[in-house]
Design a protein around this ligand. Structure first.
Ligand code: PEP
Ligand code: MG
Length: 759
């Protein structure tokens, strides 16, 4: 018998490729009967109701008429018992169990031996799988197999369920049933627009469905792609002959042969002729062929499925390159994808982009921060986003609740249309604050700056009434290139921003790549990128890159005199000292070249690594200012990856532990008279503003879209009121209580609309 892992993988792969939830469940039930030599298998899924109930969705070995006709509450019957306790049960005689309820005419009274396990995802019971036998008790191996399978199936079932539901709606266009997806963390704001799925074309699974009227151009580009791959494969076989045994080289030729003619090609033509575009026709053909191999019991033959998929990817890549024509972005583009990157965002003209929805990531991912900088909502971390089927569909994005409505019905459109109007009223009201300075009710002055990094946000930043740039992420212009920018290119970039904000401070942060900010031309492969080579650690190890950047900054400051330099990812005093040495060297070089002394810009350190909190006075003794990066400080203090949707619920900058760490920073900096500002996302969150002012911070830097909301909050409270609130907040034991406290205070001033809770 094949190994347990292999059997598990086979079932899971089948599920993940099932066209809809029903096929997925039927294939599980059928496989389980064969794999566990059982007589019957039933699968119940929980409904979305509150409280949920369980409905029989698939069954093998029993009377098929019962499917869809048996319902149990949690706690009712054996199925309900497994769901309510979220625990497996293994019984030698289910019929005698006090909770057993016989399903009339099902035939299950012939199979008293019973094993039931719950299907759980993120603490939620999604359903129950039960298997039954007439004889022979289920042993520990059977139980282990079913439990392992159920734990792995949870995500696949969620995904298949979503896809299945979506297909049904898409085809029937039911007006009353819009498909709703929910992200785990999101960026405020709302939008109505059209989904645009960027086809990077490297993954078959992410090719979207598209209909075409004219099949000829599709067939032509498919033929061209196939020919190109055949040529590549033949050349590869030739090249490999020198270093590989003949049979390995033969593989390339066999691949090329498969593309000569035969069902892979014919089936794709057929699909194109039926009206599907080339890439999706190819995707479905490859999948169908791969599955034929996968179902084979022989492990060697089953593994050939991966050869077919490999070939599938090669042709797909060629096919996508063939059609690399400029994309026609709709007026209200909602960018949709599994993993949207900073460069994807940069591809869309800013005046057309209205929202993003992404399978992966959270509100503190960099792409989300960029979206925020552009003032657009985002729904991040949507595990079951039907990316493939969304291109061109209308979508409503609600960043406040973290929901997106795909193909929405009239009611949803009307409801959100009204919300958008309300938002406009709030925005208009906020605009009146633009040129007013930010004073608390009791006349304490707070300085507000913007975070930047894209040229696109210079104008909105200037117009927003900000007092300068509190954080310029220089890695963004590095990320959208295909090589390191030269000193000259950087000089122009920095000079432009310093000039644009002439007379106002501009804080340029030195290169902060690594972690989730990759450079395509400087690949770093690490098991733990956030704990690895990142920020100042890289630039100190590569002084040639660091000095080039510092020289460009210092040169750009000549005649502008508004530069401040900020060092990211400082984890101790030594890194500040080493960086200062290089800054002095760059300055000295420029002085030599220009033949005169130049002013030393102010130098600051980011406080975003917990060790820096405990060395705050040592660090302050070397710098002119510090800036707290709440995004990373939260991730490192709470040990919660800021991009990981599985733990996004645990990520909160309002966690009392994070607030206490920040208070410690503020107190340490006070001892050395070092100015402190905050530049993480918390600085732009109305609740965060209340907490930060309450702990003694009077300088905030945020995405331009948050500025007026922050100002409104500042102008609505007395500072001593916020100090009292803060002392209450840090007495709390969890972030939910802190949020509750601040929301209540915000509501008491009638400002709930700023975060869309209450009024
Ligand atoms: C932070 O970590 O809070 C920060 C402002 O930097 P970034 O989000 O660019 O890592
Ligand atoms: Mg950071």
């Amino acid at each position: 018998m094949p190994s347990m892992i292999y059997r598990l993988q086979r079932i899971i792969q089948e599920v993940s490729r099932s066209p809809d939830i029903q096929h997925a469940l039927d294939s599980i039930a059928q496989s389980l009967i064969a794999d566990l030599v059982a007589d019957a298998c039933t699968i119940f899924l929980a409904t979305d109701d509150n409280p949920p109930s369980l409905i029989l969705k698939s069954s093998y070995g029993l009377n098929p008429d019962i499917v869809g006709n048996v319902t149990r509450n949690f706690g009712q019957g054996l199925i309900g018992l497994v769901a309510a306790k979220a625990e497996s049960i293994n019984l030698t005689n289910a019929l005698e169990h006090k909770d057993f309820i016989l399903v009339p005419d099902s035939g299950e009274d012939k199979f008293p031996i019973y094993l039931g396990v719950p299907i759980i995802s993120h603490r939620k019971v999604l359903g129950v799988i039960a298997i039954q036998r007439a004889q022979q008790v289920f042993n520990e191996d059977d139980e282990a197999f079913l439990t392992t399978l159920a734990s792995q199936l949870a995500t696949s079932i969620e995904h298949a369920e979503s896809q299945g539901r979506f297909k049904l709606i898409g085809s029937k266009k039911l007006d009353s049933t819009t498909h709703v997806v929910r992200g785990v963390a999101s960026l405020p704001g709302m939008a109505i627009g059209h989904a645009l799925v960027l086809n990077r074309g490297v993954k078959l699974e992410s090719v979207p469905d598209k209909k075409v009227k004219d099949s000829l151009p599709e067939i032509k580009s498919f033929d061209d792609a196939v020919r190109k791959v055949q040529e590549e494969l033949t050349q590869q076989a030739e090249r490999m002959r020198a270093s590989l045994p003949e049979e390995e080289c033969a593989l390339f030729l066999a691949y090329a042969q498969m593309l000569n003619s035969g069902s892979l090609i014919d089936d794709t033509y057929r699909r194109i002729e039926q009206g599907s575009w080339g890439p999706a026709s190819w995707r479905d053909t490859v999948e169908e062929h791969a599955q034929v191999f996968e179902r084979m019991e022989d492990e060697y033959l089953a593994a050939r499925a991966s050869d077919i998929r490999d070939l599938g990817h090669r042709v797909l890549r060629a096919l996508m390159l063939e059609r690399d024509t400029p994309i026609d972005f709709p007026d209200h583009t909602v960018l949709v994808g599994d993993e949207i990157t900073a460069t994807d965002l940069a591809e869309v003209p800013p005046d057309r982009l209205c929202a993003i929805i992404s399978t992966h990531g959270s509100s503190s991912s960099h792409v989300a921060i960029l979206a925020h900088a552009l003032g657009i909502p985002a729904v991040m971390g949507v595990p079951n986003l039907p990316v493939n089927q969304m291109d061109g569909l209308k979508v409503v994005v609600d960043g406040y609740s973290g929901c997106a409505y795909i193909d929405p019905d009239e009611n949803i459109l009307a409801e959100y249309g009204a919300y958008l109007e309300e938002e406009e009223v709030i925005e208009r009201d906020l605009l009146s604050l633009k040129n007013e300075p930010a004073f608390t009710l009791d006349q304490h002055r707070i300085s507000l700056y913007v975070n930047s990094g894209l040229m696109a946000d210079y104008t909105p930043s200037l117009k927003s009434g900000a007092e300068g740039i509190g954080l310029y992420r220089t890695e963004i212009p590095f990320q959208i290139r295909d090589r390191f920018p030269t000193e000259e290119e950087q000089y122009h970039m920095y000079n432009k921003v310093l000039k644009t904000f002439s007379g106002m401070p501009v804080v340029l942060r030195t290169l902060d790549v690594g972690g989730d900010k990759p450079l395509s031309y400087f690949p770093i492969k690490e098991a733990n990128p956030f704990l690895g080579w990142r920020g100042v650690r890289i630039t100190l190890d590569h002084p040639e890159i660091f000095i080039t950047q510092l020289r460009a900054m210092i040169r750009a400051n000549i005649g502008n005199d508004n530069l401040q330099i900020l060092l990211p990812m400082i984890s101790g005093q030594a890194e500040v000292a080493d960086s200062l040495e290089l800054i002095h060297r760059a300055k000295y070089e420029i002085e030599e070249e220009f033949g005169h002394d130049i002013e030393m810009p102010k130098i600051g350190a980011m406080i975003e690594v917990p060790s820096a909190v405990y060395q705050i006075e040592d660090i302050c003794s070397l710098v002119d200012f510090i800036s707290i990066g709440t995004n990373d400080l939260t991730q490192y203090l709470l040990a919660v990856d800021r991009n990981n949707e599985n733990v996004a619920e645990l990520y909160s900058s309002l966690h009392p532990a994070v607030l206490k760490a920040m208070r410690q920073v503020v107190e340490g900096a006070k001892h050395t008279d070092t100015p402190v500002s905050v530049c993480g996302e918390l600085a732009g969150d109305p609740l965060g503003v209340m907490a930060l002012l309450g702990m003694g911070i009077n300088s905030l830097s945020m995405s331009v879209g948050s500025l007026l909301r922050a100002k409104k909050v500042i102008k609505s409270f007395n500072l001593d009121e916020m100090e009292v609130m803060f002392s209450e907040a840090i007495m709390k034991t969890n972030p939910a209580q802190v949020r509750e406290l601040y929301i209540e205070k915000l509501n008491s001033k009638g400002l709930g609309g700023l975060i869309r809770v209450g009024k």
